[in-house]
Every structure is written in C-alpha cells, then in structure tokens.
Design a protein around this ligand. Sequence first.
Ligand code: AMP
Ligand code: GLY
Length: 432
Amino acid sequence: MRVLLVGGGGREHALAATLARSPALTALFVTPGNPGTAAHGTNVAIAMDDVPALVAFAQAQRIDLVLPGPEAPLVAGLADACAVAGIACAGPTAEAARLEGSKSFAKSVCDAAGIPTARWERFEDAQSAHAFVRLRGAPIVVKADGLAAGKGVVVAATLAEAEAAITAFMQHATLGPAGAAVVIEEYLDGDEVSLFALCDGETALLLGAAQDHKRIGEGDTGANTGGMGAVSPPAFFDRTTQETALDLLVRPMLREMATRGTPFRGILFAGLMLTERGPELIEYNVRLGDPEAQALLPRLRSDLLPVLAALCDGTLDQARLHLAEESCVAVVLAGRGYPGQPATGAPIHGIDRAEAMAGVRVFQAATALDPAGTLVGAGGRVLTVVGTAPTLAAARDAAYAGVAAIDWPDAIWRRDIGVGALERDLAARVGI
Ligand code: AMP
Ligand code: GLY
C-alpha cells in the first residue's frame, strides 16, 4: 500500500516508524514530516491543512490510504476531499471532526447518547457567564467553545480565576473567535487518562490507553502544554476497564453519530476522568494524542496498516490489535522557554547514543537540519525519548538513561514522568 501520513510531530514520527514495519507498505510519504520521519519515508513540503494540495499530491502519487495525524487537516475537510477523490482516509469528515472542533457539539452528542460527562452550560454573552460561575462557585472549568490549540481551558480553583478566564476569552478576545462563546462545566475529580480506539462508523476497536502529563512543571505545576510526557498503560486502567469505558463513553457516541447520518470513522481519543462514580468523559479528540502515541505505539505488536485499511472499509469487526504487556514511558524534551517562545537553533547530538541503549527510542518533532546538515532544535516540543521495559520502573529508568545520552543545551524536560503512576503501583502492592 502507498500511504500518505499528514503531520510533522513526534506522534507522526512514531506513526511513520510503526507503518514502516508493515510488510504491506510499499511507499510512505509524510507531509510535511520532520528529519525523523525522513528515515522511514519521503518528506514532502505541503502544509498539513492545505487540503487541495494534499489531495492533488495523493492523486498524483496513487496513494491508497491517507492517515491524518493532527486534527487541523480533518477540521479543514481532508477526509471529505479524499472521499470525493475516491481515496481512503483514516480520519473523520469535517462534520464528525466537530466532536473535537466544537466542545458544545461534543457535549450535545454526549447528552443525546446518555454518556456520562461533566454537567455543562454554553454562554454567548459574558454577563450571563459571570453570573453562572458566581452561582455555582469554584472549583469550576471554563472552556472556549472553539479550537484553541490547548489554550482554551481554565480549570479554576477559585471564583476569581473563573471570572478572569471569562473576561479574557469573551471580553478581551485573547483567543480570537474561538473564545466568543464559552462552555462552563462541573469540575471532575479523579485520575485523568487518554483512551484510544479505532472506529469505522459502527465498530470501536480498542487500541489502548496512556496517561499524559500536561503541565510544564514537575508535580503537575505551571502552564498547560501540548503534553510533556506519557505513560502507557496507566496505573489502574487495565484492558477490562478500558473496554468498559469504551462501552460507556465511545460506543454510544458511534451510534448517535450514525443516527445523525454523520458516522465517525477514524482514530478516537477519549479524554476521561476515572471518578468515584466511574469513568466520565472530559473530551473527544479525533486523532491520536501527542505524546500518548509515542508511549502507545512501541507496545503495538499487530500490523497497524491492514487495521487502518479495515477502518476505512468498515470491516473493523474482523480486525484485532495486540499490545504487549510491557510499560512505556515517554519523556518530552522541549526548547527552553516552552510553552512560551522556545529557544531554537542549538545543535542536538546523542540520538544515536540513546537509541543504542536497550529499550530506548527517540522520536523527533520540531527539529530541523541547519545548512551544515546538523540537527537543531526548531520549536517547542522537539524530541520524545521513550523507554520500554517489562515494568514501569525499568521503563522509566530506560527513558531517563536515554534523556541523559542526549546532548542539546536548550533542552528542558520533566524529571517526574511516570512517578505518579509508580507511586500508585507501589501503594496498590503494599495495600495502602
Ligand atoms: P480539554 O481541552 O477539554 O482536554 O481540557 C484540558 C484539560 O483540562 C483536561 O485534560 C483536564 O486535565 C482539564 N479538564 C477539562 N475539563 C475538566 C473537568 N470538567 N474537570 C476537571 N478537569 C478538567
Ligand atoms: N496530549 C494531548 C493531546 O494530544 O491532545
């Protein structure tokens, strides 16, 4: 099969490495890709949301399957354009991608399908939003209704924080049109996990789960980021519980979307909270997570490509995915200054040294080659160093040994990825 993978982050490097192992793969193109994906396929300089150019390229190259990594091309209608061109695309239509693109749309689907999620209200005028949070009190969550690249959610511990978020999003338009309307929702308490399933419109096939570390600082402090590290599998979320969560949070959504005439075909990411009442949905995303993918895909033992083809053909009920019973810890190395303005341009050495270690892999994201051909940092999240081992503790050791082998002066990273999960494991074993 000839495959076009869209995107250029660490998730796409992990996907490219996974696809490259498939005996069914005959050609792999990555748009735009990064220096890491170039080891597995051909990078092509097309912007990931330039739908006409992507489809024209796919036609010219007789692509059999398009795999979108991020949500932007899907929200821009890549799957719809592929359908018109007769090319299989393992991602949802723009209408179904509203599950991620519009928080109030996702919430209305949950309500119609009886999916447990935080109670919510949507507001288009700031005065009513202010009045509502004063009525409800803190903790409370304020979300911009539109896509805001991870910056549109404020989990407010105090009323003042909630009111400041409403003022910023609605009155000062700090997120532009994405914040013109807000969703205000109940605060859910518990462990947050990311659950992934392949969906063909009817069938949801479990891929697996991971736990993200979203904050920039150790101990889950500081600003929110795209994700500074991930652990798979997460503590206390075994495959049986993952299947139960699919029954509660994903399969009813598939039935609701099919009933509406907009079936969801693609990779679904259910962000959920394991609360005292059971799993409750925080949000849907219509793609793999980053860095969750880097912690999940190294555990995959099945050939992903035929399963993606089954997703496109509507035959996922006959497909199987096998994940190894091992642990994976993914540590993101970002450019100093991230999630603000990151330092760029410093040389990165030691990736080969890290990858020579047992169980260590390095996925690239915002890297570039300078005119002399040296790999340099070129953005926020730059590398993900992944350790895989039979136990979580050994996977953590492998990941951090890999990090220590990397020589890049601008790198910042969290030293506590997986520590929470490790503590939970120990507590469970000694019975506290
Ligand atoms: P979202 O963009 O909806 O994923 O929100 C970003 C992050 O905010 C989530 O990953 C959670 O950590 C947190 N969050 C969102 N909604 C809630 C909620 N209702 N209760 C508690 N935390 C939440
Ligand atoms: N790591 C969270 C996300 O990909 O949205």
